[in-house]
Design a binder for this molecule. Structure first.
Ligand code: FES
Length: 168
C-alpha cells in the first residue's frame, strides 16, 4: 500500500463515505478504458472539486500506475487542484490587452482587500483568487471572471463592489 494511504486525514474526501463512494464509482467506471488516468482525474476534479494527495495515491493504486505519474499529471495541468476551491473563483485575465489595461493593479487590490495571494482561498471558503488566459473579450480589458460571470473595464476602485457581491 502507498504510505500516504495509511493515515488519511479525516477531512479528506477518501475519509468521507459519500465522497469515497463517488471516487470508487469513477474508478470502476473508467479503469479499463484507454487513457484512464486523465479521464479519472478530470472526472474527480469536477465531481469532488479537487484531487488531494491521498486521492492521488488511491487512484495510483487502483489504476496500477506509479504515484509519480498521477502527481505529474495533476501538477502539470492548471485545472487540477490539490486543495478545495472557494465557493466562487475570481480569475484575473493575464492576456496582453488585459495585462496592459491594468490586471496587475486589480490583482494587487484583490490581494489587499482579501488578504490572500493568487492560488489561495479565503479562510471562510468564499473566494479563490486565480489568473487565466485571454477569455476573448479583449475590448473589455481589464477583465475579471467570477465563476461564469464576466466583468469588463474594471478600474481598481470598482473591485471592492464586485468582491462584496460574492462574499455574501
Ligand atoms: S486579453 Fe483579457 S480578454 Fe483578451
Amino acid at each position: 500500500m502507498i504510505k500516504v494511504l495509511e493515515k488519511i486525514p479525516e477531512t479528506d474526501p477518501l475519509a468521507i463515505p459519500t465522497k469515497h463512494a463517488i471516487i470508487d464509482q469513477v474508478l470502476d467506471f473508467n479503469k479499463n478504458i484507454p487513457g484512464a488516468t486523465m479521464v479519472v482525474l478530470s472526472e474527480l476534479q469536477s465531481r469532488i472539486g479537487h484531487i488531494s494527495i491521498p486521492m492521488q495515491a488511491y487512484v495510483a493504486q487502483k489504476l496500477r500506475v506509479p504515484m509519480s505519474e498521477i502527481n505529474g499529471v495533476v501538477s502539470f495541468y492548471s485545472f487540477f487542484t490539490t486543495k478545495p476551491k472557494g465557493k466562487h473563483t475570481m480569475k484575473f485575465c493575464m492576456g496582453t490587452a488585459c495585462y496592459v489595461g491594468g490586471t496587475s493593479q486589480l490583482i494587487d487590490k484583490a490581494k489587499q482587500i482579501l488578504g490572500i495571494e493568487l492560488g489561495q482561498t479565503m479562510p471562510d471558503g468564499s473566494i479563490t483568487l486565480e489568473v487565466c488566459r485571454c477569455v476573448g473579450a479583449c475590448s473589455q480589458a481589464p477583465v475579471v471572471v467570477v465563476d461564469e460571470d464576466m466583468h469588463g473595464r474594471i478600474p481598481p476602485n470598482k473591485l471592492p463592489q464586485i468582491i462584496k457581491k460574492y462574499q455574501k
